[in-house]
Design a protein around this ligand. Structure first.
Ligand SMILES: [Zn+2]
Length: 1001
C-alpha cells in the first residue's frame, strides 16, 4: 500500500525534526536509568554483516495439504490434524481449562470474571424468557457488510463507526471524509438509532459468533499469501475487521463539541475470522475480535502484541513520531480449545539448538546454508555449525526437508524440554508446593470466613493442577494459620491427628518442622480434612485482633526453601498488620496528600521490608497470592507489593459479606488454584541487531538489564517490554523478537517456552502509523504511567500522556496525512480509538483522584494494571456495556456491546456493564416485567431490591435507574464527563485537537 501521492507535504514540513515538543518524553517519566545504552550492550555485527535481502526468513508459504489449517470454518472448529509426530502437545492444559472467550477476556480477580457474561446467554436461555422486540435483528448480527468489500466473503459485518469509510483495506486509501457535522455523516439514517433500542442495525455490533462450520472464510488469511520476504505492502492491514479506509477527519474544536454526532466519533470495534501468522509485520485483529488464530511462523497475538508491527528504521524517526515501541508478552496465555496447543520439542541430552553467539534458540528466523551444514542466526547474523544430531538436507528452495516436522522450524511458538544445564544446581527441580496461610484473628473467625475457607479447601485441593499425562498432582501442600504468632501444622499421612507447632518469634521466623509439613494431598487427605475441620474451632475463643504479615510470607518462603522447591503461598488476610514484627504497618492514609506533589507517597510501600521480601521470594521461586478482606484501610500499597512482584494475584473483597461475596471469593480461589502456571521462571527477550529491550513492566524482578526473573507466571500475567534503537534497522531484514521463558512445570519438569515474532521496518512514517495497535499502546501507556506514579506528581504524568498523544497525532498529520483545514482533527486509521482510550486512562482513579475512591482501591488498581495483558487492559479501561434486554434467548450469542455513555441507556432496557473488576446490572425504570420476572423472580421493577442476589448475576451490583447508587455506576460510562472531574470523550478530542494545532503552529 504505497503512500506516495498520499503523503502530504505541508508548508511547515521544513521545520526541525519533531514538532516542537522537546525533549520527547516517549513514555518515560524522567527515569534516568533509561538514558543511553549501557556499555557492552551493542550487538556485535555478524561476520556476514547485514543479512542479504530476503535471505533470512523461511521462503514462501507453507505448502497446502492436510496438515495445514484449512481456510474454512469446518477446520477452524476443531483441532487441525497435528503436524508433528512424536511428543504430545505440551500445553494441552489448554483444552482442560475453561475455554478462552476472546470477546470477554477477563482474567482478573473479583466481581467480573466476565466468563460469567459469556455464560449469560446459556443461563438466560434456560429461563424460557420470551423474546422481546419482535422485528429486531438477532443480537450480535449486524447488518450486511459493506457491498464494496470484495476480498472478504465471510459472515456479515457491521459498518464501522461512521468516520471510517467502508472499503477494502488492500486498495489504496479512499479519499478522506471530512465530517463537519451530523449532516456530513455517510451513515444511513438507521444507524443513528440509539443503541439498545430494538432496531435493525446496532451500530457498534462488535461481537460476532464464529462462522458456521463449512463457511468460507476470507481470502485475506490465505496461506497462499504468505510472504516472508522483505515486502512491506499488502501485509499491513489485510485482515478482515481492520479499520478500512483513510484517516479519520473531524471538524475542529469550535464545531466539534456541539455538532458531533456521537456515532461519528471512533469506537472500539472489530471482528475477524481466521488469522494466520504467516506474514511478517502483519497487524493482528483487534484484541476484542473473535477469531481463530493459526500459528504459521509467528507467535499468536494471544502471546505477543506489539504497539506497532512496523518499527521505524532509525531512532530519529522514532523520536519524531513518539510512538512507543513495545511488546506486551503473555507467555502462558490461555489458548482456546479450537486452536493448537504448543508442541514440545525434546532433543534429549543435546538440549535446544542455540546460536553460539547470542544464544537465541532455533526458530523460523534461522537460515540454513551450505547444504544444511550451517545456519545463520537471524538475530545476530552469526553463522553456526549445525550440530551433527540436528543435520538435515535442504530442498531446492533452501529449506530443510524436515521443515514441517519440526515445530521450532515452522512455528512461532513451541516448547523445549530443558536439560540439566537449565536447572538450579544442575539438578532436576522438585515439583512445586502450595502453602495455605489463614489469618485466624478474631474478626475472621467471628464472621465465618475461616470456616468458609477451610470448607472450600477440602474441595479445591482435589483440583490441584497436574501434568496432562499424570493421574494425580505432584504438588505438595502445607498449612499455616496465624494472628500475631504463626502455627505450623504437621499433616503427615501416618498421623491420627494433625499436630500444631507455634512459632512466637516473628522477628526471626524459622520453620519448626520439615517432615510432615509439605505433603501429598492424596496421601494425607484424612489428616488434612481433620485439620480443616478443627481450625475454626481451634481459634473460636481467640480474642486476638492483631496480625503480622511479612513474617507470614517469610515463613512460607523459608518452608519452600527448606523443601528445595518452588511454590505458591495462598494468604487469606484481613487487617492492617500492626503487631510488633518486621513489616509492621501503621495507618498512614492521608487524603490531604491528594493533588499535591506528595500524593505519590500513597502508592509507595510504607517500609522497604516488603521490597526486599519480594526480592527474596523471586530468588527462591516463591509466588505469593493474597486474598484480602479489608473492612478499613489496610495499606494495599505495602501488602500488595509482594504479590505484584512475585507473579501472584491480589484479590480484594471490601467489607466482605458472607451472603453477598462468598460465591465470588470461592470462584476466584478455585480459578487461582487450577490455573495454568509456571514456576521459578527467567524470561529473556532477544532481538535482531539494531534495537533491544530496554524497559520491562510486570510481576517481575530484575537483577541485571536483561534477565527478567519471575517467581511464577500464570496464564493471566503479561510483561510489557519497551524497545529502543541502538542502530539502524533494515527494511529488508525487519525486526525480530524472540522471547524465551525458562520455567518449572506443575509436575516439576524444567522447560523452555519460546515465542518468536517478526516485525517490519520502514523509513516511511506512514508505514509506522499504519501498523499501530491501539490496545497495545494503551497497555504500554498505562503501565509506564502507573509505574511513574511512584515517583512523579500525577498532574505531570497526565500532561505527559496528553502531550504525547497530541504529538503522535500531530506528527501523523504533518508527515502522513493529506493537507486539510486546520479545523479538522485527523486521526490515523490505526489510532482512531486512541483518544477515547487515552481519556479513559487519564480518568482512571490512579491518575485522577476522586474523593469517593479509597487510597487502597487506587493502590490496588495500580498494581493490578501492571501485570495485565492487552485484552484485560482494554476491558479495564473501556468497559463492556451489553443491552441484556436484546438478548436472543434462542442464541448463545451475546448482544453486541454498546458505547459506554449514558445516552446509550434506555428506560426500557437492562444493561450489564463489566470491566473485569466490577460488574453492574443497570435496570431501566421501564424494564420489561417479563425479564425482571425471569431474572429476579419478582413481578416488576418496583419489587427489585438492590441487595437482591440473582442466581444469574451473583456477584453483580444491581443499579436501579434514578436511585442513589447509580452514581457509582455512572463513573464507568467512560465516554461521559466524570462526576468528579475527567473530560468527556468529546471534550478530550477538542483538547487533543487544540494541542495538535499548537504543535503544528
Ligand atoms: Zn545469534
Amino acid at each position: 500500500m504505497s503512500q506516495q501521492g498520499y503523503v502530504a507535504t505541508p508548508p511547515y514540513s521544513q521545520s526541525q525534526p519533531g514538532i516542537g515538543l522537546s525533549p520527547p518524553h516517549y513514555g518515560h517519566y524522567g527515569d534516568p536509568s533509561h538514558a543511553g545504552s549501557p556499555p557492552g550492550m551493542m550487538k556485535p555485527a555478524g561476520p556476514l554483516g547485514a543479512a542479504a535481502p530476503g535471505g533470512m526468513l523461511p521462503q514462501g508459504p507453507s505448502p497446502p495439504g492436510p496438515h495445514q489449517f484449512g481456510q474454512n470454518g469446518a477446520h477452524a472448529q476443531g483441532h487441525p490434524p497435528q503436524r508433528f509426530p512424536g511428543p504430545p502437545p505440551v500445553n494441552s492444559a489448554a483444552s482442560s481449562y475453561a475455554p478462552y472467550s476472546p470477546s470477554t477476556p477477563s482474567s482478573y480477580p473479583s466481581p467480573a470474571s466476565t466468563s460469567v457474561i459469556a455464560q449469560l446467554g446459556h443461563q438466560l436461555s434456560a429461563m424460557h424468557i420470551n423474546s422481546y422486540g419482535s422485528g429486531m435483528a438477532p443480537p450480535g448480527q449486524g447488518p450486511p457488510g459493506p457491498p464494496s468489500a470484495p476480498l472478504f466473503q465471510g459472515p456479515p459485518q457491521p459498518p464501522q463507526p461512521s468516520i471510517m469509510q467502508p472499503g477494502s483495506q488492500v486498495l489504496p486509501p479512499p479519499p478522506t471524509t471530512a465530517l463537519n457535522g451530523p449532516g456530513a455523516s455517510p451513515l444511513p439514517p438507521s444507524t443513528h438509532r440509539q443503541d439498545g433500542l430494538p432496531g435493525p442495525a446496532p451500530l457498534n455490533a462488535q461481537y460476532q459468533p464464529p462462522p458456521p462450520p463449512g463457511q468460507t472464510l476470507g481470502t485475506g488469511y490465505s496461506p497462499q499469501q504468505a510472504n516472508y520476504g522483505p515486502q512491506m505492502a499488502g501485509g499491513q492491514l489485510s485482515y478482515p475487521g481492520g479499520f478500512p479506509g483513510g484517516p479519520a477527519q473531524m471538524a475542529g474544536p469550535p464545531q466539534l463539541q456541539k455538532k458531533l454526532d456521537p456515532d461519528s466519533i471512533p469506537s472500539p470495534v472489530s471482528r475477524g475470522q481466521v488469522y494466520a501468522t504467516n506474514t511478517r509485520g502483519q497487524v493482528p485483529p483487534l484484541v476484542t475480535t473473535d477469531c481463530v488464530i493459526q500459528d504459521q511462523g509467528n507467535a499468536s497475538p494471544r502471546y505477543i502484541r506489539c504497539t506497532t508491527y512496523c518499527f521505524p528504521c532509525t531512532s530519529d524517526m522514532a523520536k519524531q513520531a513518539q510512538i512507543p515501541l513495545a511488546a506486551v508478552i503473555k507467555p502462558f496465555a490461555t489458548i482456546p480449545s479450537n486452536e493448537t496447543p504448543l508442541f514440545l520439542v525434546n532433543h534429549g541430552e543435546n538440549g535446544p539448538v542455540r546460536c553460539n553467539r547470542c544464544k537465541a534458540y532455533m526458530c523460523p528466523f534461522m537460515q540454513f546454508i551450505e547444504g544444511g551444514r550451517r545456519y545463520q542466526c537471524g538475530f545476530c547474523n552469526c553463522v553456526n555449525d549445525v550440530p551433527p544430531f540436528y543435520f538435515q538436507h535442504l530442498d531446492h528452495i533452501g529449506r530443510r526437508l524436515d521443515h514441517y516436522e519440526k515445530p521450532e522450524l515452522s512455528l512461532g511458538s513451541y516448547e523445549y524440554v530443558a536439560t540439566l544445564d537449565y536447572c538450579r544446581k544442575n539438578k532436576p527441580p522438585n515439583p512445586p508446593a502450595f502453602i495455605f496461610m489463614i489469618d485466624v484473628s478474631y474478626s475472621n473467625i467471628k464472621n465465618g470466613l475461616v470456616k468458609l475457607i477451610c470448607e472450600e479447601l477440602k474441595t479445591v485441593l482435589e483440583k490441584l493442577p497436574k501434568e496432562e499425562q499424570e493421574d494425580t498432582s505432584a504438588i505438595r501442600v502445607g498449612f499455616i494459620t496465624y494472628n500475631k504468632v504463626l502455627h505450623f501444622f504437621n499433616v503427615k499421612s501416618n498421623l491420627a491427628q494433625p499436630q500444631m507447632m507455634v512459632v512466637t518469634d516473628v522477628g526471626e521466623v524459622f520453620v519448626p518442622l520439615l517432615d510432615g509439613f509439605l505433603v501429598n494431598y492424596q496421601e494425607s487427605q484424612s489428616v488434612i480434612h481433620n485439620l480443616l475441620d478443627q481450625i475454626p474451632e481451634m481459634f473460636a475463643d481467640s480474642n486476638e485482633n492483631e496480625t503480622v504479615f511479612a513474617p507470614v510470607i517469610q515463613a512460607g518462603m523459608e518452608a519452600l526453601q527448606a523443601a528445595d522447591c518452588p511454590g505458591k503461598l495462598f494468604i487469606f488476610h484481613s487487617s492492617l498488620p500492626t503487631a510488633e514484627a518486621p513489616g509492621k504497618l501503621k495507618n498512614r492514609d492521608d487524603k490531604k496528600l491528594i493533588n499535591t506533589d506528595k500524593e505519590k507517597i500513597l502508592f509507595q510501600p510504607q517500609t522497604n521490608v516488603y521490597d526486599s521480601l519480594a526480592k527474596d521470594c523471586v530468588a527462591h521461586g516463591c509466588c505469593v497470592t493474597l486474598f484480602l478482606f479489608p473492612s478499613q484501610y489496610v495499606d494495599v500499597a505495602s501488602l500488595g507489593l509482594v504479590p505484584q512482584l512475585t507473579g501472584g494475584t491480589l484479590y480484594k473483597y471490601n467489607n466482605f459479606q458472607m451472603h453477598m461475596d462468598s460465591q465470588q471469593f470461592l470462584n476466584d480461589l478455585r480459578n487461582d488454584i487450577e490455573k495454568k502456571i509456571g514456576f521459578d521462571a527467567i524470561m529473556r527477550v532477544r532481538t535482531s541487531t539494531g534495537f533491544r529491550a530496554t524497559d520491562f513492566f510486570g510481576g517481575i524482578f530484575m537483577n541485571n538489564t536483561t534477565d527478567v526473573e519471575m517467581a511464577a507466571i500464570d496464564c493471566d500475567k503479561a510483561v510489557t517490554v519497551e524497545f529502543k534503537h541502538d542502530d539502524k534497522l533494515g527494511e529488508d531484514s525487519g525486526a525480530l523478537i524472540q522471547c524465551a521463558v525458562l520455567y518449572t512445570t506443575v509436575g516439576g519438569q524444567r522447560r523452555l517456552r519460546i515465542h518468536n515474532l517478526s516485525l517490519n521496518c520502514s523509513s516511511q512514517l506512514a508505514d509506522l502509523y499504519k501498523s499501530c495497535e491501539t490496545d497495545a499502546l494503551i497497555n504500554f501507556f498505562a503501565k509506564s504511567a502507573f509505574k511513574a506514579v511512584l515517583h512523579q506528581p500525577l498532574k505531570v504524568i497526565r500532561e505527559i500522556l496528553v502531550n504525547q498523544t497530541a504529538h503522535m497525532l500531530a506528527c501523523y498529520r504533518k508527515n502522513c496525512a493529506s493537507p486539510s483545514a486546520a479545523s479538522q482533527l485527523i486521526l490515523p486509521d490505526s489510532m482512531k480509538v486512541l483518544p477515547v482510550y487515552m481519556n479513559c486512562l487519564l480518568k482512571n482513579c490512579v491518575l485522577l483522584s476522586r474523593p469517593e475512591i479509597s487510597t487502597d482501591e487506587r493502590a490496588y488498581q495500580r498494581q493490578l494494571v501492571m501485570t495485565m495483558g492487552v485484552a484485560d487492559s482494554q476491558l479495564f479501561f473501556y468497559p463492556q456495556l451489553l443491552p441484556i434486554h436484546t438478548l436472543d434467548v434462542k442464541s448463545t450469542t451475546l448482544p453486541a456491546a454498546i458505547r459506554c455513555s449514558e445516552s446509550r441507556l434506555s428506560e426500557e432496557g437492562i444493561f450489564l456493564l463489566a470491566n473485569g473488576l466490577n460488574m453492574f446490572l443497570w435496570l431501566g425504570v421501564s424494564s420489561p416485567p417479563e425479564l425482571i420476572q425471569g431474572i429476579f423472580n419478582v413481578p416488576s421493577f418496583a419489587h427489585v431490591s438492590t441487595d437482591m442476589v440473582s442466581i444469574f448475576f451473583f456477584h453483580t451490583k444491581l443499579i436501579k435507574q434514578r436511585e442513589q447508587p447509580e452514581m457509582v455506576f455512572r463513573q464507568f460510562l467512560v465516554e461521559d464527563k466524570g462526576l468528579y472531574g475527567g473530560s468527556s470523550y468529546v471534550d478530550f478530542l477538542c483538547c487533543v485537537h487544540k494541542e495538535i494545532c499548537q504543535l503544528l503552529n
